[in-house]
Design a protein around this ligand. Structure first.
Ligand code: MG
Length: 261
């Protein structure tokens, strides 16, 4: 009886996971997993419809750095100069082939909030639809993609730690609508000899729905590759990806996180 109830609830709330048959078979094995990078056979996450209250453009908490309030690019740089992305109506929009944009400041562990909208005019397919990304320290990408009714590989969905971990569920809103990301990034640590002492972790909420639950990063994220950690300071910038699609961002803020004492 208990099983029956669970099945009934689950059928009402989510669309179950299955492989969409898009991806690769010739990529390397992901360390510690049964799957290859962008594995064609890996089940895609089930779909969940988020609640209505999470896209609001609200001001940040008082101790946050408001990295983008819709008015200027003062916290950002692109290739050492001023960003060439579009700035209009309180949002920024990717200008294809102009490159990624990055914060001028660096940080270690951090809580980040941002909002994004994939293009309302749906063009392209799979990884060519509304693709962008939120990069921590230039190495670790939380994927931004129009994953709404878009067949692609599981570890490339919106909410994925790209090429490593699919989101727990697909909680993306339809094209053109604003999504919210709330992400906690824990930077990896290395000892004086450059040996990894603690891997990086990412917790992420997409539209208020948990899509990564303190998930350990296997190393830097990459396309069709599985890279080992390389020692660095544990500090770096926040950057947004130019993947050639006019995806929009607004209301970006960051709270540097200290250690517990
Ligand atoms: Mg991307």
């Amino acid at each position: 009886m208990k099983t029956l109830i669970v099945l009934t609830l689950s059928a009402a709330c989510v669309v179950p996971a299955f492989s969409q048959g898009v991806g690769y078979t010739d990529t390397p094995q992901i360390r510690g997993q049964q799957w290859k990078v962008h594995d064609k056979e890996r089940p895609n996450p089930p779909t969940v419809t988020p609640g209505a209250t999470f896209s609001n453009g609200a001001p940040p908490p008082s101790d946050a750095v408001w990295l983008f309030n819709g008015k200027d690019f003062s916290h950002w740089t692109q290739g050492g100069g001023a960003p060439k992305w579009k700035l209009e109506n309180g949002y920024m929009e990717v200008v294809g082939k102009s490159g990624n944009i990055a914060t001028k400041d660096e940080f270690g562990d951090a809580q980040v909030h941002l909002e994004f909208a994939t293009p309302s005019k749906v063009e392209g397919e799979s990884q060519g639809r509304g693709n962008s990304g939120v990069f921590f320290h230039g190495q670790f990408e939380v994927q931004v993609l129009d994953s709404h009714n878009n067949k692609t590989y599981a570890d490339g969905q919106a909410g994925a730690l790209y090429g490593q971990w699919p989101p727990l569920v697909n909680a993306i809103r339809p094209p053109g609508e604003w999504n919210t990301y709330d992400i906690v990034f824990e930077a990896p640590r290395f000892d004086a000899a450059g040996k990894l002492t603690k891997p990086g972790y990412i917790t992420a909420f997409l539209n208020g729905v948990c899509v990564q639950n303190r998930q350990e990063l296997n190393g830097p994220t990459n396309h069709k590759a599985t890279d080992p950690y390389k020692a660095y300071s544990g500090k770096g910038n926040l950057s947004l990806q130019d993947h050639g699609n006019p995806t929009r961002f607004r209301n970006i803020w960051l709270r540097p996180l200290g250690e517990h004492n």
